[in-house]
Ligand binder design. Structure first.
Ligand code: DU
Ligand code: SF4
Length: 226
């Protein structure tokens, strides 16, 4: 199987009752600003070239972001921050990502998520995280030949990544490293880099600044170039 086939399979998944109900309900009820749009209302597959050396691991689609547009981080405030930073780092051909047909291309980077369906309050349960994990494992397995760096956005993705690496037969440090911004861990030649999630919770409060985000992608580029 290849990445496009995996993307198709992910987009058809209905394994989590609660999330299927939520993603579809949001797609019908919509946000006032988007009433004229047809929401995606399905799982969001990864986005970016299949031979990327950098993976960016998020939490889950936003209800009116990827659950609306069908592309990870596209059409929400977190994405505004993320794609602008990736563009500054040379990892995206444009700084914005508002619609799935806006011409965005990622360069040497693929964005994936720990959970592929929009969860109520952006909070998947541990059971939902575990149910979705095989998709992440399969995606990382397909990226593995070229993958050098995984930038992990937030503690939820961090928690999801380690068992996924173990499932791939990748040796990880014990005890499992604690999440933090700029934390860097070597796992059998893969470098895992922690980064605060560019959600409004972090960007509004100044916990995550543009220059902090730039530092992370600069470091990822450095590792890839080494
Ligand atoms: O504030 P917001 O951009 O609407 O994002 C809501 C929430 O979802 C935030 O915690 C980030 C997360 N998120 C994500 O992990 N992946 C995405 O593609 C979009 C949003
Ligand atoms: Fe399937 Fe993942 Fe969505 Fe659950 S969260 S329904 S496992 S794609």
């Amino acid at each position: 199987t290849d990445l496009p086939a995996l993307d198709d399979a992910i987009a058809c998944c209905r394994a989590c009752d609660r999330l299927v109900a939520w993603r579809e309900r949001v797609a019908v009820e919509k946000r006032a600003a988007y009433v004229g749009e047809t929401y995606w209302g399905r799982p969001a597959p990864g986005f970016g070239p299949p031979d990327a050396r950098i993976a960016v691991l998020g939490l889950a689609p936003a209800a009116h972001g990827a659950n609306r547009t069908g592309r990870v981080f596209t059409g929400d405030r977190s994405g505004d921050w993320l794609f602008a930073a990736m563009h500054r780092a040379g990892l995206a051909n444009q700084p914005t990502s508002v619609r799935a047909d806006d011409g965005l291309r990622l360069i040497d980077a693929r964005i994936v998520a720990a959970v592929r369906c929009a969860p109520p309050e952006n909070k998947p349960t541990p059971a939902e995280r575990d149910t979705c994990q095989p998709w992440l494992v399969r995606e990382l397995a397909l990226l593995r030949p070229t993958l050098r760096v995984v930038v992990v956005l937030g503690g939820f993705g961090w928690a999801a990544l380690w068992p996924s690496l173990v499932a791939l037969g990748i040796e990880i440090p014990r005890p499992r490293p604690t999440f933090g911004h700029g934390v860097e861990v070597d796992a059998s030649g893969l470098t895992i880099v922690g980064c605060f999630h560019p959600s409004q919770q972090n960007t509004f409060t100044g916990k995550l600044t543009e220059s902090m985000l730039d530092d992370i992608f600069r470091r990822a580029n450095e590792i890839v170039a080494a």
